[in-house]
Ligand binder design. Sequence first.
Ligand code: UN1
Length: 498
Amino acid sequence: MAAANEAKTILDRLGVPAAAWGEGLPTRSPIDGSLGAPVRETGDIESVIARSATAFAAWKRLPAPRRGELVRLFGEELRAAKNDLAALVTLEAGKVTSEGLGEVQEMIDICDFAVGLSRQLYGLTLASERPGHHMRETWQPLGPVLVISAFNFPVAVWAWNACLALVCGDPVIWKPSEKTPMTALATQAIFERALTRFGDAPDGLSQVVIGGREAGETLAADARIPLVSATGSTRMGREVAQTVAARLGRSLLELGGNNAMIVAPSADLDLAVRAVAFSAVGTAGQRCTTLRRLFVHQSVAGQFAERLTKAYDSLPVGDPREPGVLVGPLIDEAAYDAFRASVDQGAKEGVLIVGGERLDRPGVYVKPALIGMGTAGQTDLVKHETFAPILYMFAYENFDEAIEMQNAVPQGLSSCVFTDSVREAEQFLSAWGSDCGIANVNIGPSGAEIGGAFGGEKDTGGGRESGSDAWKAYMRRQTQTVNFSRDLPLAQGVKFDV
Ligand code: UN1
């Protein structure tokens, strides 16, 4: 059966209503390039926003732990549907089976995190300068949150946003990537099971908008949506940020990465080779945290390149459903064009050490490319994020220079160093070190856990999602002062007696 039709069978099983299909976006599987039935485009965006605003009025009145109960039920439904949803992620985004399962696990994990959080939306007690006064800081629900998600994490990144937003008291409007509408509809169907069990949730608490760029623009421009959380390219993020800023809304951006690894002379090279393999070629190089630049100390660069070449040579590329396959397809032909152009340019600027070929089969399957750049500087090619499995390898002489090079790109998402030197590791993690949102030691740059705040600086957009105190972005901070005295002292000692 064509992969796109297989996906349809799963959607039917998950209870996606027949009305979801119709005139609108085509569905597609990158596994074999097959087209499925189109999904209906959302016609009336105005009523989606209106429903969300109405839902907010009711949802914010429920106590946060009760809101957490909905997310707890959602986590249960996800556990029950894990295999189906993971299979869909594989069929629609092309991830290998284990990564598809991992993506759904990431959703389950954030559910658990959000449930705990629903009892821990802590504020502060502040010291008032006035006698007989209490001052505190409280976090209040914010309002409808728009989540714009990308094809490469078609469901997990929505879940990071949605689970936090829901416990914070905010309804969610989801505009998934045009490339992955089916996983979004499936997730919505699973969420609705949790809603039914929950009972008294307002209508329109979570809605999916199927559509293209225009739909996203209309939503982003609407002042009834106080927060827009967008994941995708820097180009898209810039547009969204400007639209949202023009109406003084808030945006939370998780955009491009150009993530690096430094391999120091003392590094455990076995570990480093394995880390490079997962982070540079996993998800066919289509994670925002994918390793794209490698700086290896010149004393070990030769042997490291050799070992990497061997690893790259034996990479199983193919149908992501097959056991043993580690590299699935690129999402579409446009992704291939970008891959081809960058690999060809890289071969001119440096040496194409291994990979770069396209496999002769339906779908876009490529051999991940390793390009040696020697001791050259970083050109525009290297500074640009090509969303494909291409790794540029440089040799470095001096650790400070390696850090400087790793920071000398417009993006600032993830970074890592492989070293056994405490000095190097601690320098990398210091203010003189990595300028990224994520900095790791003896771990690759991708595959972050949900418990940490996820995001990065510069062209990556500056937003933080998922763990730590990222929840605060989904709430409104309120400073409260209460006078329990029988006097009315003014702050700063101002006198105003009438
Ligand atoms: C993304 O590629 O948009 O750290 C998110 C990781 C994943 C999330 C990636 N947990 O690679």
